[in-house]
Design a protein around this ligand. Structure first.
Ligand SMILES: Nc1ncnc2c1ncn2[C@@H]1O[C@H](COP(=O)(O)OP(=O)(O)OP(=O)(O)O)[C@@H](O)[C@H]1O
Length: 228
């Protein structure tokens, strides 16, 4: 589903590579944690998958497309297959929960009959039934992240990318969010999550890819967080 073939990335005017000769293969339906110290290249890895950045060398292949060869007009279609969730939720503050989720479908041209049907379904899936009319600031952090996950998942993407999704949440709330991501993964969605949350990684025992200074220093199935 995601393949990096000897990928290096050096940003303009930087001496050091953000990623160096990275080769990894992530299969459909896998759940993968991406770990490593700050500045080790995790966000760069995720940005390459979304074609927000291009590799300096090597190939990135996502859902069968080699991203370097992808015409820019095809980038929206690529991104439609990838749901994204971030540490800071990134909800639209003036829209209700249901409107936030509906908006993700409106921008890709889904008919309103479909939107009316699937928004309540996905809100129920994430445990927010009955909260569709609230504004984001009327929700707890954990609930806001559930809205963000509902929005990312409502279009049933092949891949879900989560960049520190539990970074702003307390441990108990984080466990609930991880259960939800696990459930989404069991529905055949490939999940790739960058995190500094050692407790979560140690509890879940999923594949762990560790970066250090842009290099893959570990790729372990049923792995642990494994560094301080
Ligand atoms: N847009 C950019 N321009 C120049 N250098 C960048 C840019 N983005 C990242 N870098 C550099 O690339 C390296 C890797 O950064 P990246 O953001 O990928 O790390 P990270 O592992 O995601 O860190 P964190 O855990 O703090 O989010 C760092 O040295 C960083 O300074």
């Amino acid at each position: 589903m995601i393949r990096f073939d000897n990928v290096s990335k050096t940003y303009d005017r930087q001496r050091r590579a953000a990623l160096s000769q990275v080769s990894v293969d992530i299969e459909k339906g896998e759940f993968v944690f991406l770990v490593g110290p700050s500045g080790s290249g995790k966000s760069t890895f995720l940005r390459l998958i979304l074609r927000e950045q291009r590799p300096s060398k090597g190939k990135v292949i996502v859902a069968g497309r080699e991203l370097n060869k992808l015409h820019s007009w095809k980038i929206p279609a690529l991104r439609r297959q990838i749901g994204t969730v971030f540490q800071d939720f990134r909800l639209l503050p003036n829209k209700t929960v249901a409107e936030n989720v509906a908006f993700a479908l409106q921008v890709i041209g889904k008919p309103s009959s479909t939107i009316k049907r699937v928004v309540p379904e996905v809100l129920e899936l994430v445990g927010l039934e009955g909260k569709g009319g609230r504004l984001p600031d009327e929700l707890s952090g954990g609930e806001q992240q559930r809205v963000a996950i509902a929005r990312a998942f409502v279009n049933r993407p092949k891949i879900l990318i989560a960049d520190e999704p539990t970074g702003n949440l307390d441990p108990a709330t984080s466990v609930g969010i991880m259960k939800l991501l696990d459930r989404i993964n069991r529905a055949e969605t490939t999940v790739l999550m960058a995190t500094h949350d050692s407790t979560i990684v140690d509890q879940m025992r999923k594949r762990v890819i560790e970066l250090e200074d842009g290099l893959v220093v570990r790729d372990q199935s049923r792995g642990v967080y494994g560094y301080q």
